[in-house]
Design a protein around this ligand. Structure first.
Ligand code: SF4
Length: 282
């Protein structure tokens, strides 16, 4: 059985940076929290917990004297205000690309554009982008929803950094007929596109595909969706323990990819397991 690993898989720049910031902060601060899990990966969250980094589910869980690390996908403006009022020390690990999406959306709004955010309505990054906009905006999660937007003079469109470029392009095409002036700000991060293209390439070559990452990780779920459209036997797993060995019977080519929030050791474990199946160890 040949094992193909996507050329771009696992931690992206922003996640790598955020995890590093938390690890450094763990040695420096007591009463240290992240506002929500630092990444959508339960294994890493547990490891950080053992180093004294707790997860605050909301700003209500934080009190004066504590330090909070802001996650790579940023926070809402209202949350920042609450943290300032409560006098909580902030270590900001927001990815610079997410900050860029914030500022693009704000600038479009200031310039009089009705802002369309392409993203998942309940995702913290999207809520964050929306919270900085002072004018009118809407969030669409699919081309179908873009059809429902009323005609406007000026529309400006931005995207959640982890969205798929091809879908963004479809939405942009629909919006062209929904306004007189369209301003496009493609805030999709290169890391996402690289991971999606690399995953597609592997999925096309194999009979079974494993997408490794947190079940609550939006970008891992999207990789799973992309791969499962190409390779029927695609499985979303968090760790090697979830691999059902029977799906590998008679398989000659297996593929592996991983979301941007999947630590390297977890991907390596999966590859090692597959190698083990190959030589009869597993
Ligand atoms: S996917 Fe891109 S924007 Fe999001 S955290 Fe990673 S590098 Fe930053």
């Amino acid at each position: 059985m040949e094992i193909y690993v996507a050329q771009h898989a696992g931690f992206c720049f922003g996640v790598e940076r955020a995890v590093k910031i938390v690890r450094n902060a763990a040695g420096e601060y007591k009463n240290l929290y992240t506002l929500g899990p630092i990444i959508h990966n339960p294994q890493l969250v547990n490891e950080l917990k053992s180093q004294g980094v707790d997860v605050a589910e909301s700003t209500d869980d934080l009190s004066e004297g504590s330090t909070v690390v802001l996650r790579s996908h940023g926070v809402e403006k209202q949350e920042l205000n609450i943290l300032a009022k409560k006098n909580i020390h902030i270590v900001d690990a927001t990815c610079p690309y997410v900050n860029k999406a914030h500022s693009e959306a704000v600038n479009l709004s200031k310039d009089g554009y009705f802002v369309v955010i392409f993203g998942e309505k309940d995702h913290p990054e999207v809520k964050g982008i929306a919270s900085y906009i002072e004018g009118e905006y809407t969030i669409v999660s699919s081309p179908e929803e873009a059809y429902n937007i009323d005609f406007r003079e000026k529309i400006g469109v931005v995207a959640q950094t982890t969205q798929e470029k091809a879908v963004f392009d479809k939405i942009v095409d629909i919006l062209r007929n929904r306004c007189r002036e369209l301003k496009i700000s493609n805030t999709i991060c290169n890391a996402t596109t690289l991971r999606q293209n690399a995953a597609r390439k592997v999925a096309e070559m194999v009979e079974v595909m494993f997408v490794v990452g947190g079940k609550n990780s939006a970008n891992t779920r999207r990789l799973y969706k992309i791969c499962s459209e190409i390779c029927e036997k695609t499985f979303h797993i968090e760790t090697k323990e979830e691999i059902d060995k029977s799906v590998l019977i008679g398989v000659n080519k297996v593929g592996v990819t991983a979301g941007a929030s999947t630590p390297k050791n977890i991907i390596d474990d999966v590859i090692e397991y597959l190698n083990g199946v190959n030589n009869g160890r597993e």
